[in-house]
Design a protein around this ligand. Structure first.
Ligand SMILES: Nc1ncnc2c1ncn2[C@@H]1O[C@H](COP(=O)(O)OP(=O)(O)OP(=O)(O)O)[C@@H](O)[C@H]1O
Ligand SMILES: O=C(O)c1ccc[n+]([C@@H]2O[C@H](COP(=O)([O-])O)[C@@H](O)[C@H]2O)c1
Length: 196
């Protein structure tokens, strides 16, 4: 499952857990984006913070892992590269790429979309406020799944932190504490050790 995870929240985690169970997947690899080019113009927290929050959020699930392939690759993040890198690391694996309904509806705008279908199956999952559809997508490469509705977005979590409203229970406890520790999403916050 690829995502900017700024921050990772229970919508991501429930979707991943549900797809793991429905498809009986051995592993769900969370892949935080390096430079999410379709989010250019937005302030995105440093990749190391997003990576570490993803590690904290997934640590207790033995089937969840986190990959650095996208944050360690320079330049804009393209799923074409993500899937090629994951395939190199797991040559025998059958890959499934999990996306929410909003991301799936944008997939035709992704780099080299025609080549994506040969690299993985795509699993589109329901997300409140977004229509889940495989219109215009190859039917044999895309599967649609209903997951428990979690009306949570990273945008809302960031806004809440900024407004000093709670994000408890929207994100895992360790992620709340991480956000507080580094003052993420607050003016002047989010500095990493090496920034200083
Ligand atoms: N509540 C949710 N339910 C189902 N899927 C979700 C949910 N939130 C995010 N996703 C999916 O997870 C992937 C990564 O999402 P992303 O990290 O951009 O989170 P986001 O909440 O959409 O962030 P932002 O609000 O900053 O745009 C995308 O495929 C997205 O569709
Ligand atoms: O490959 C692309 O061109 C592309 C364009 C936009 C998004 N994606 C991927 O879609 C996933 C969700 O992205 P986002 O921006 O909604 O967090 C993440 O893995 C991104 O790298 C990929």
């Amino acid at each position: 499952m690829g995502g900017t995870f700024d921050p990772i929240h229970h919508g991501h985690l429930v979707a991943a857990s549900e797809v793991q169970s429905l498809l009986d997947l051995d592993e769900v690899v969370f892949v935080p984006t390096g430079q999410p080019w379709q989010k250019e113009g937005r302030d995105v927290a440093p990749a190391e913070h997003r990576y570490l929050m993803t590690v904290i959020a997934t640590a207790s699930n033995p089937r969840f892992t986190v990959s650095r392939v996208d944050i360690d690759r320079p330049g804009p993040t393209y799923t074409l590269d993500t899937l090629r890198d994951l395939k190199k690391q797991r040559p025998d694996a059958e890959l499934y790429f999990i996306t929410g309904a909003d991301a799936l509806s944008q997939i035709l705008s992704w780099k080299g979309v025609d080549q994506l279908w040969d690299l993985a199956q795509f699993v589109g999952v329901t997300r409140p406020g977004h229509e889940l559809s495989d219109k215009g997508l190859p039917k044999d490469k895309v599967v649609l799944k209903e997951v428990p509705a979690m009306s949570i977005s990273s945008t809302d979590c960031r806004d809440r932190v900024r407004e000093e409203e709670p994000v408890w229970y929207l994100v895992p406890d360790g992620v709340v504490q991480y956000i507080n520790k580094y003052q993420l999403y607050l003016p002047g916050g989010g500095e990493l050790q090496e920034d200083k």
